[in-house]
Design a binder for this molecule. Structure first.
Ligand SMILES: [Zn+2]
Length: 251
């Protein structure tokens, strides 16, 4: 009640817009998801691209009737506006896979200011909208790291945060054999759902672990869907037409 009174006072003074821009705004904190909610569904996610193996990963998923989710950086292993890489991003989107934000330069967002966090977020959102026409509704902060400021910034931007409950270990030194063993273990424990972290930038993930995991997961009866689908949410805030490249498309 006290808050509403204050908000009304802000509104009356014309200051509500300023108040809404504040990181202290309490109503717009992003929800953080680490588990799928739709039974018997697995969301395979791929971070840190776009990179060289993206098209092959998409083709492997497609051949299995599976959908994946790609959390893209703007400028990490490659520049998202690179002609080849942006074509791969469009290819993934056009084939029905979910494209989402992993923020611009893979910085630890918990070390950044309010303005810096927004800068890392909006650049990728703009790039994905330019390239695909779709404005993402999902972000995965680099390293999975977030704090209240990150959650507020994501919330203001209309984003939900998606982390994971299974890590293939492919970015932290696991061999392909170890990653496959980890998949065997999680599948063997028969969870209702799995939200799996993988990295698009690892050739062993693309060509060895992924085909193995898909086959094992399908044999165990799981349906492989996007993060949005496994949570029963929308993948995008809006969907329109791709834009025409111009001089502003650069990293
Ligand atoms: Zn990452």
């Amino acid at each position: 009640m006290m808050y509403k009174t204050l908000a009304a006072a802000f509104l009356a003074s014309g200051a509500l817009q300023f108040a809404s821009a504040s990181p202290l705004e309490p109503r717009q904190t992003a929800t953080v998801y680490t588990h799928c909610t739709a039974a018997n569904k697995v969301a395979l996610t791929f971070d840190d691209g776009p990179y060289n193996y993206l098209t092959d990963i998409v083709n492997t998923l497609d051949a299995a009737g599976a959908k994946g989710t790609f959390f893209f950086n703007g400028n990490n292993w490659g520049c998202i506006y690179d002609t080849t890489l942006r074509g791969k991003v469009k290819y993934a989107y056009d084939h029905g896979h979910q494209v989402a934000s992993h923020t611009w330069a893979h910085k630890d967002l918990t070390t950044l200011t309010w303005d810096q966090i927004h800068d890392e977020m909006w650049r990728v959102e703009q790039a994905l909208q330019r390239i695909t026409g779709a404005y993402p509704a999902w972000v995965r902060p680099p390293y999975g790291n977030y704090n209240d400021l990150v959650k507020s910034a994501a919330g203001v931007r209309g984003l939900s945060i998606a982390n994971w409950d299974f890590d293939s270990g492919d970015s932290t030194g696991a061999s392909a054999a170890q990653s496959k063993s980890s998949y065997d273990q999680i599948i063997g424990s028969h969870p209702s759902t799995i939200l799996a972290l993988n990295h698009e930038t690892q050739s062993s993930t693309a060509y060895d672990v992924l085909p193995y995991a898909i086959q094992k997961l399908k044999a165990a009866g799981y349906q492989l869907v996007t993060v949005a689908e496994c949570l029963g949410k929308a993948p995008y805030q809006s969907v329109g037409s791709p834009q025409t490249p111009d001089g502003n498309w650069h990293c």
